[in-house]
Every structure is written in structure tokens, then in C-alpha cells.
Design a protein around this ligand. Structure first.
Ligand SMILES: Cc1ncc(COP(=O)(O)O)c(C=O)c1O
Length: 398
């Protein structure tokens, strides 16, 4: 059977991680993999997670199944976190929430639901977008389209081109939008642009699929959720994929959720029944441990307060490293402007250099980035920033 299979190349990000690990150079810098790092280059377990985990283990009396929907208290808290306490969609019981194995699980489950409900609908992805969007959504058989989003050379959004293109998308198609901290560009829509997108979706009968993988990494939990709440308020239907990998540091525990908003309570209940049936057919039940930890943090005032503080310090560190790298790049290039790095949000920005320059940065300087020149700003520290800035300045015209 397997004689037919050709060996595939490793996934580009996983392949890059392996190359980094194998590099014996002590000066090496990892700006590739998308995980948060502290000043020492570690991806820490937040203190609130450690405490919650101890409590979860102490209270646990069984490892029996939970349910395909996951933990009800987790789902309720996530819905409140994302949509707010008194959102009309919750009041009208038009929103359903399902716990998923990470944000990837939510994206895939959402895509399967779209495919089951409307097999001919296309999903429109931003150009550029996170490298895993195409395989995750496309492997359901859904047709994928691209809309212009960002010009990496000019370091600017292509908002007019985006609107122009989406105006021609057929009614019933789905538009995938990064709710905040766009991956890989760090360039988010401004509030008036979000309003214009909501107008367009409404006018054209398009359905939003919001990817919320960095809630709390741009400004605050409420501010980052604002575009999602506004869209969910104005549009009759929406899907929202949420990840707690980054903002709770629970990467390997696989904690996420899918919220589906239907036109009314009956449609939302029907969507829930299909979502659960699809989940049963793929992985049956989501893993419980991480969601149990998260649910406790959301519910206990002291743990939640500590989480918000830890989130704030992660956000502040990334912003400081953005400002520091921009400054050092301006110094090293003698006058180039790197304001875009200061202004963008979340862990990523595109340096905007060629794939050849990315190769040279890796081979000559041991600085690891994805081929599109995406840098993870959380990989920058006060110790490596001068080294990185000098190498970027030397290779950027390559
Ligand atoms: C844009 C985006 N969406 C979704 C995810 C999914 O995250 P996970 O499945 O690790 O929770 C990520 C993770 O890197 C991401 O960057």
C-alpha cells in the first residue's frame, strides 16, 4: 500500500525548528517558530497555569470521558470572554460553543461545518496568511480563494484592494479574518476599517470566519475582542476559532474553542448538532486537561487577575522588543525607517526581504526565520538585538 507514497518534505516551520536545533553555533537566534519567549529565550508556563493545574489534579477523581462538546463551564466562560457578558447573540441563544483541540482543531471543525452546510462555498484567505490556514481548511475539500491584504515591501495594508476584491465574492462565501495580531504581518485593521468590512459582508451576504489565536496580545482582552463582538452583533451568521495556546501558554495541551453564531436559536442548535457529529467522526472528544486548567483560571477571581497581569507583561515585552529592534535597525542602516515594526501588534512582522536574504541570514548569521521573512519579535532580547540588527542591515538588499 505505502509503496505509492512519495516521501514529503517536512512542514516548513517544523523543518526550520529541526535545523535550528541541529545548529551548533552559540550565537544562533530563533525568530522562526511562533511561540512566546521570555528574556532568557524560554517559553514559560504562566504562574496562574501552574497553580490552576495543581488544583485540577488535586480535585480530579476520574479520567472518564467528558463529552464531545467538552466542558460546559469552559465553553460558557470562553463565550463570555470572547463575546462579552451581555452580547445580543448570547441573549438570543444564537451562539453555540464547542471545546476543540487547540485553535487548529477549531479552524478545522469550522471548515468541516462550512463544507457540510454549503459544499460549494469558497473560503477567502488573506494574502499573506498563516502557513497552516490552507492545509487546515483546504483538506476538507473546500475551495480556497485569496484576497489582497498586505504589501510586505511597502509595509502597508492593501485595504482598498482587499475591499475591491471581496466586493466580487459570491454571496454565501466565507471570509477568514484574523481578529487581532495578524499572522504573519502584525498589521491589523483599524476600527473604521473593521466597520467597513462588516458593511461589506452584510451587503454582499458573506459569512465571517474569525481566527482569534492571540486574544490579549495586541491591547487587552476586551479591546482585542471588540472587532469580533461588533461583527457578531451586525451579521446574522459567523464562526469564531479561538486558541489558548499563546495567551495561556498551553500550547501542547491543545486548548481551543469554536463559536458558531446562527440566525436564530433553532439554526444555532442545528449547527451545534452537526458540529458535534463532525467532531465525533474526527477525534471524538477534545482533550480535557488544558481546558480544565483554563476553566479554573477563568472562574477564580485571583487566578484570572494573575492571568491578566501575566498577559500584560508578555504584551509589554513584545512591544519593548519591537521598539528596541526598530531603533537598532535605524541605527544600523543609518536612516532606514522601521516604524512599521513599532506600530504592528502581536508576535510577528515581515521584515520584507527576499527568500535569498532569509537563506543568507540563516546560513551566514545563524538567524532563523520563515521563507517569507516573518520574524517572531519574542525571539529578540537585549542580548541579541544588536547582532540581529547588524545582520539584517547587511543582508536586507540581498
Ligand atoms: C493565526 C493562527 N491561527 C490559529 C493558530 C492555532 O493555534 P493552536 O492550534 O496551536 O492553538 C495559530 C497558531 O500558531 C495561529 O497563528
Amino acid at each position: 500500500m505505502f509503496q505509492q507514497l512519495e516521501r514529503l518534505n517536512a512542514d516548513s516551520i517544523l523543518g526550520l525548528m529541526a535545523k535550528y536545533r541541529a545548529d551548533p553555533e552559540t550565537l544562533k537566534v530563533d525568530l522562526g517558530v511562533g511561540v512566546y519567549r521570555d528574556l532568557n529565550g524560554n517559553t514559560p508556563i504562566p504562574d496562574c497555569v501552574r497553580r490552576s493545574e495543581r488544583e485540577v489534579l488535586a480535585a480530579q477523581t476520574t479520567k472518564s470521558y467528558v463529552a464531545a462538546v467538552g466542558r460546559e463551564e469552559f465553553n460558557g466562560a470562553v463565550q463570555e470572554l470572547v463575546l462579552g457578558l451581555a452580547h445580543a447573540a448570547c441573549r438570543d441563544r444564537r451562539a453555540i460553543t464547542v471545546q476543540t483541540p487547540g485553535g487548529c482543531g477549531a479552524l478545522r471543525l469550522g471548515a468541516e461545518l462550512i463544507h457540510a452546510a454549503a459544499p460549494s462555498a469558497a473560503v477567502h484567505l488573506s494574502d499573506p496568511t498563516w502557513g497552516n490556514h490552507s492545509p487546515l481548511l483546504g483538506s476538507t475539500g473546500i475551495k480556497l480563494e485569496r484576497y489582497p491584504y498586505y504589501d510586505p515591501r511597502a509595509h502597508q495594508l492593501r485595504f482598498e484592494a482587499m475591499m475591491q476584491q471581496l466586493t466580487h465574492a459570491p454571496a454565501g462565501d466565507v471570509v477568514l479574518l484574523h481578529a487581532c495580531c495578524h499572522n504573519p504581518t502584525g498589521a491589523d485593521l483599524q476600527p473604521d476599517q473593521w466597520e467597513a468590512v462588516a458593511d461589506l459582508l452584510q451587503r454582499r451576504g458573506l459569512i465571517p470566519f474569525l481566527d482569534l489565536a492571540y486574544l490579549g496580545f495586541a491591547s487587552s482582552l476586551d479591546e482585542d475582542a471588540a472587532p469580533v463582538r461588533m461583527i457578531a452583533q451586525r451579521l446574522p451568521e459567523a464562526l469564531i476559532a479561538i486558541s489558548f495556546s499563546k495567551n495561556l501558554g498551553l500550547y501542547r495541551e491543545r486548548v481551543g474553542a469554536l463559536i458558531v453564531i446562527g440566525e436564530n436559536e433553532a439554526r444555532a442548535a442545528a449547527a451545534l448538532s452537526h458540529t458535534l457529529q463532525i467532531a465525533r467522526g474526527i477525534y471524538s472528544m477534545p482533550p480535557d486537561h488544558g481546558a480544565a486548567i483554563a476553566a479554573r483560571i477563568f472562574a477564580a477571581a485571583a487566578l484570572r487577575r494573575d492571568w491578566i497581569q501575566e498577559l500584560e507583561s508578555m504584551r509589554a515585552r513584545i512591544q519593548q522588543m519591537r521598539a528596541l529592534l526598530a531603533q537598532r535597525l535605524e541605527d544600523a542602516t543609518g536612516g532606514g525607517s522601521f516604524d512599521f515594526i513599532r506600530a504592528q501588534r502581536g508576535m510577528f512582522s515581515l521584515l520584507g526581504v527576499s527568500a535569498r536574504a532569509v537563506d543568507r541570514l540563516r546560513e551566514k548569521h545563524h538567524i532563523y526565520m520563515t521563507a517569507d521573512s516573518r520574524m517572531n519579535l519574542a525571539g529578540i532580547t537585549p542580548h541579541n538585538v544588536d547582532y540581529v540588527a547588524a545582520a539584517f542591515a547587511a543582508e536586507r538588499a540581498t
